[in-house]
Design a protein around this ligand. Structure first.
Ligand SMILES: *Cc1c(COP(=O)(O)O)cnc(C)c1O
Length: 350
C-alpha cells in the first residue's frame, strides 16, 4: 500500500504557519511574564486562572505516554474527541470535493462534522450482526475518499468489531483509517494503539468522557504517527484545552490504577441489568455489549421511551436509526438508578 500523507493533505495546509502563541518561544516556568496581556493580579474567581495554559499540554502527554505506552509526540489532545474529528476533516477533506465513509449504525458526530464542513458522506451499513463488510467498504472508495471512520466497540450497537476486518481496511485503503475506541476500557479487546507502528494511516481515538468519568471537562485523545499529530497540532486553536481541565486530567492520571475498579463495577452493573432486562415480556433481544451501555430490541420502542420520560428516566430511542428498528439504548447506571429503571419498566403497561 502506498500511503502518502503529503498527497492526502489539503494542498493549502502544508504552507500554513501555526499561530505563534505567547508561550511558544519561552518554555521556562519561572520569569516575569509581560507578553500575553494577562491580568497579573489574579482572577475574579477563586484559584489562579489568570495565565494562559500550556498549548501542547506537555505534562498530560508525558503521563499519558506511560499509561498508554506510546511516545508523547504521537498524542494529540482535543476539546473532546469531537474536536479531533473536526480537525481531521479540515486537514484532509476539501469541502465540496472530498468524501468520508461512515458505517451505520454509528456515532452521530462523524456525519454532523462532515455536514458542517461540506464534505460528502458515503455510507456502508454494518452487517445484520453489526460487523464490518470490508469488501463493500473498499469498493466504495474513490480518489476523493480521505477518511474511513470505524467505531469499535460500536456506538450504538455496543459490540466490538472483528479485528481482521479492520486490518483488511487498514491494508487496502490509502487514506486515514480512524478507529474510535471511546468504549475500549469496557472491552477485553486490546487497543489498536499497539498497531500504530505497523500502519502509518491509522489514527486511534479515545476519550476521557466515559470510563475516566470526565465528560464535563471536554478532553479527547488521538494517537497516530508523529506526522499526523503534527498536522492536528498545526491547525488546532492554540489553547484548546483549558488550564482547569489540564489540572483535573493530571489528577485523574495520577489515579490511573483505580480505573480498573471503576470499570469492574460498571461491568457488574451491566451484567445485572442484562439479567433483569431479559425477564421483561416486551424485551425481544439484548445485544452483546463491550461498552457501558446496552442496546435492546423491544416491541414498542417509542412508547416505552416516552413512558420512561414521564417517569423522568431518560434513555436513548434509537428506533429510527439504520439497523436499529425497535431498539433502545440504555447507559449503565448506579445500582439505585438501574433499580429505578427496572421498577418503572416492570410497571409498564403496553
Ligand atoms: C461518547 C463518544 C465519544 C466521546 O466524545 P467526547 O467529545 O470525547 O466526549 C467519541 N466517540 C464515540 C463513539 C462516543 O460514543
Amino acid at each position: 500500500m502506498a500511503f502518502n500523507l503529503e498527497k492526502l493533505l489539503r494542498p493549502h495546509i502544508s504552507s500554513i504557519k501555526p499561530y505563534s502563541s505567547a508561550r511558544d518561544e519561552y518554555s521556562g516556568k519561572a520569569g516575569i511574564f509581560l507578553d500575553a496581556n494577562e491580568n497579573p493580579f489574579g482572577s475574579m474567581a477563586t484559584g489562579n486562572h489568570n495565565r494562559y495554559p500550556d498549548p501542547y499540554q506537555h505534562d498530560i502527554k508525558e503521563k499519558l505516554s506511560t499509561v498508554k505506552q506510546i511516545p508523547a509526540n504521537q498524542i494529540f489532545l482535543g476539546n473532546g474527541s469531537d474536536e479531533a474529528i473536526d480537525l481531521l476533516m479540515r486537514a484532509f477533506c476539501s469541502p465540496g470535493i472530498d468524501n468520508i465513509i461512515i458505517l451505520p449504525p454509528t456515532y452521530g458526530m462523524y456525519e454532523v462534522s462532515a455536514g458542517i464542513n461540506d464534505i460528502a458522506i458515503k455510507r456502508v451499513n454494518l452487517s445484520d450482526s453489526y460487523q464490518l463488510k470490508p469488501q463493500e467498504i473498499i469498493s466504495e472508495v474513490n480518489d476523493n475518499t480521505k477518511i474511513i471512520f470505524i467505531c469499535s466497540p460500536n456506538n450504538p450497537s455496543g459490540n466490538k468489531l472483528n479485528r481482521r476486518d479492520i486490518y483488511q481496511i487498514l491494508t487496502q485503503f490509502e487514506g486515514i483509517v480512524v478507529v474510535d475506541e471511546a468504549y475500549i476500557d469496557f472491552s477485553d479487546e486490546p487497543s489498536f494503539i499497539e498497531e500504530l507502528k505497523n500502519y502509518p494511516n491509522l489514527l486511534v481515538m479515545q476519550t476521557f468522557s466515559k470510563a475516566w468519568g470526565l465528560a464535563s471537562l471536554r478532553i479527547g485523545m488521538a494517537f497516530a504517527s508523529v506526522d499526523i499529530i503534527k498536522i492536528l497540532n498545526l491547525i488546532k486553536p492554540p489553547y484548546n484545552i483549558s488550564g482547569l481541565t489540564q489540572e483535573k486530567v493530571l489528577e485523574a492520571l495520577d489515579n490511573a490504577a483505580d480505573i480498573k475498579d471503576i470499570v469492574t463495577n460498571i461491568l457488574k452493573e451491566r451484567e445485572f441489568l442484562e439479567n433483569e432486562l431479559v425477564k421483561l415480556p416486551f424485551v425481544k433481544k439484548i445485544f452483546p455489549s463491550h461498552s457501558n451501555f446496552i442496546l435492546i430490541k423491544v416491541t414498542e420502542a417509542k412508547k416505552i421511551y416516552e413512558y420512561l420520560i414521564e417517569q423522568t428516566i431518560i434513555i436513548r430511542d434509537r428506533s429510527k436509526v439504520t439497523l436499529c428498528e425497535d431498539c433502545l439504548r440504555i447507559s449503565v447506571g448506579t445500582r439505585s438508578e438501574n433499580d429505578a429503571l427496572l421498577l418503572a419498566l416492570k410497571q409498564y403497561q403496553a
